[in-house]
Design a protein around this ligand. Structure first.
Ligand SMILES: [Mg+2]
Length: 373
């Protein structure tokens, strides 16, 4: 089989959001987002099988024309950093996911069954995204719990970290111990006008959150402060999580060996080097160290395919208790984030998502909504 064409599909028209979106990690001076655009790769073969993946910005996708899509492992090694540390700069993760889609469609099987399924459904946590007031947050979390979510992630990125803590305290008091509360400090993001936590602040916050029975604290310090992260992780009982910006799977090596992360959070497409192959390798490495994996799922232009690829990958590993599901009504919902899907990936009553069962990724785009270019 040979690849005969690689195209980028882009939204004809944006999905307008019902109100401006101010993500916590860009506070206090970030630009509000008004609308979403989507873009995906479409990879065509000489046998008529077509694969899709999230657009990840590869500089020369046409270089794939004439190559064999079945050599997806070789593609991962060559174009995505493979064994090498550091960023290979190819931004090829979306193409790797499209190759997996072709492999699955050729076999007539969903990817997770081809790779050795361990389960057919995966629990998700509702990832909220904004810094709401104490009352607004409590109301939102109660609504999420009523919808069936068993885990909810809150954002910590207020000017005063003690204000973050007051929100978590109020939510814990309102929902009791049935719901898992996850918190993300987003201390590895660029954010104008924000005073990032020192090591002492991060440790103090971790101890307070630990006392509130929080399930995990994500990114209490920058990704590169391995020593500081390891110190916090060894001090508290709660899990310390992070790694969404990890450029290649080999950059997780020190974090695992030195105990910086109890839970690794690579992203199948963000950064462009992980891919479906990479998150499975990361899961194996974490498992070797007795650690967990809860992948980050980027809410960017290729969200739908990134979510599907993450579900397939994590259905094949033993140490993934849940994955991220961006959900922050009325902004982040299936209606906005999966507006281009023939059938969106939805959360069922028990807070779990079935892995798509069609061949390959098992996802079909509404191609009427796209132009090539
Ligand atoms: Mg995060």
């Amino acid at each position: 089989m040979r690849i005969t064409n690689v195209e980028v599909l882009r939204s004809k028209a944006p999905v307008r959001l019902p109100e401006p979106w101010r993500p916590a990690w860009t506070e206090p001076d970030g630009q509000a987002v008004q609308e979403f655009f989507f873009s995906f790769y479409r990879v065509t073969t000489d046998e008529g099988i077509v694969g899709y993946g999230p657009h990840s910005g590869h500089p020369r996708p046409e270089a794939l024309i004439g190559t064999d899509p079945m050599l997806v492992g070789a593609f991962w090694e060559t174009y995505m950093g493979g064994r090498r540390a550091g960023n290979a700069g190819h931004n090829a993760s979306g193409l790797e996911i499209a190759l997996w889609d072709i492999v699955g469609k050729t076999a007539g099987l969903p990817i997770y069954q081809l790779l050795g399924a361990q389960r057919k459904r995966i629990m998700v946590y509702a990832a909220t995204s904004r810094l709401l007031s104490v009352d607004e947050t409590v109301t939102q979390v109660q609504a999420l719990a009523e919808q069936g979510f068993r885990a909810v992630k809150l954002r910590l990125h207020r000017r005063n970290p003690w204000d973050d803590l007051a929100v978590v305290e109020a939510v814990r008091a309102a929902v009791g111990n049935d719901l898992l509360i996850l918190v993300d400090a987003n201390q590895n993001n660029a954010s104008d006008g924000y005073s990032f936590w020192s090591r002492k602040t991060a440790l103090e916050m971790a101890q307070e959150l630990d006392a509130l029975g929080v399930y995990y604290l994500e990114e209490p310090l920058p990704r590169t402060d391995i020593e500081g992260l390891a110190d916090i992780a060894s001090t508290v009982d709660m899990y310390i999580a992070g790694g969404e910006h990890t450029p290649t799977v080999f950059d997780l090596r020190e974090h695992l060996a030195r105990g910086a992360y109890d839970i690794v959070q690579p992203d199948v497409s963000l950064g462009g080097n992980m891919g479906l192959t990479g998150v499975r390798v990361a899961a194996s490495w974490a498992d070797l160290f007795g650690r967990l994996i809860i992948p980050h799922v980027m809410s960017g232009p290729g969200h739908l395919m990134s979510l599907a690829a993450t579900l397939h990958a994590m259905a094949t590993v033993p140490n993934c208790p849940m994955i991220e599901y961006a959900y922050d009504p009325p902004l982040l919902t299936p209606e906005t984030m999966q507006a281009v899907a023939q059938e969106p990936i939805l959360v069922e009553e028990d807070g779990c998502v079935p892995v798509p069962t069609g061949p390959g990724l098992g996802i079909e785009l509404d191609e009427e909504q796209f132009i090539v270019g």
